[in-house]
Design a binder for this molecule. Structure first.
Ligand code: NAP
Length: 256
């Protein structure tokens, strides 16, 4: 416990949160230990305002801080695959997924230099060809869709086409484990994708950074699970709390 009483004895005691260290948080995830029911271990890494909003001006970048960026990059560096919604890939302008040093470290362990980049879109109504990370040299990318897009993707990501009405995240994760040997997945959102993961009970850990700001009701700024409802509430267990300045880092696990 830190803080303590001031000279007048008026300040409450406040619980201490250790300074966040990305490597420590990643170790606690035990990503190598595998997932549940034939799926990879799946971790979501998200940031939200104190009132639960996930974007400022259409992107999450304005909410973050260096420690937050270090955290999601460290999780990426350990994961076999990244699952990201197509709208998020477009909005967040992904590039240079992993630092040179971490790429080399992965290669030394016989792993692909980058995690497999996986996106899902039933309708495929975005121009995936215009998303640079899907064409980045050395990055393998895989798109799951129900749309017929074979003609649109001659280069770049591989396409996994599914019959209409059959694209579920459970199916995607099982396929990644079975066909690609993926044991760990980091999901970087967005909110709709996270809600689908929770609704299908596919989420094992949630790393949520709370940004020290209130946004209020901005209709264009989705909340953590966007507009998607859950069939039942999903209870969580608080595994750890860290901080960096005014940002708080919460590690939740699924209550089994
Ligand atoms: N604060 C943060 O941590 C954070 C993180 C990431 C993104 N963001 C922000 O979030 C926004 C984008 O989020 P978003 O919620 O609009 O989209 P999203 O979560 O990035 O993507 C949702 C994807 O899931 C697909 N989908 C929807 N329902 C599905 C279902 N039942 N089964 C399978 N796939 C399904 C959608 O395509 P179809 O409808 O074609 O299937 C879409 O591609 C951006 O503004 C981004 O900046 C914030």
């Amino acid at each position: 416990v830190t803080g303590g009483a001031d000279s007048a004895g008026l300040w409450p005691l406040v619980p201490a949160a250790a300074a966040v260290d990305a490597e420590t948080v990643v170790r606690a995830l035990e990503l190598g230990s595998g997932g549940r029911e034939g799926r990879p271990h799946t971790v979501a890494v998200m940031i939200a305002t104190v009132d639960g909003r996930t974007t400022v001006d259409g992107r999450s970048v304005g909410l973050g801080c260096p420690a937050d960026r270090a955290l999601f990059r460290a999780v990426r560096a350990e994961a076999d695959a990244m699952l990201v919604g197509a709208p998020t890939l477009a909005a967040e302008r992904y590039a240079r997924l992993i630092d040179t040093e971490r790429r080399a470290a992965r290669a030394r362990k016989g792993r692909a230099p980058h995690p497999l980049v996986v996106t899902v879109s039933r309708r495929l109504d975005l121009d995936l060809g215009a998303i640079p990370v899907l064409r980045e040299p050395g990055v393998d990318a895989l798109v799951f869709t129900e749309a017929d897009a074979s003609g649109d993707l001659d280069e770049g990501p591989a396409l996994h086409q599914m019959a209409p009405g059959t694209l579920t995240l459970t199916g995607v994760l099982e396929h990644l484990a079975r066909a690609h040997g993926v044991r760990s997945v980091t999901c970087e959102g967005g909110p709709t994708l996270l809600a689908r993961l929770v609704a299908e009970d596919c989420l094992d850990d949630l790393l949520l950074t709370v940004a020290p700001v209130l946004l209020g009701s901005v209709p264009a700024a989705p909340t953590l699970l966007g507009p998607v409802g859950l069939p039942v509430p999903a209870p969580l267990v608080l595994a750890d709390v860290h901080r960096a300045g005014e940002h708080v880092f919460l590690h939740y696990t699924r209550r089994g």
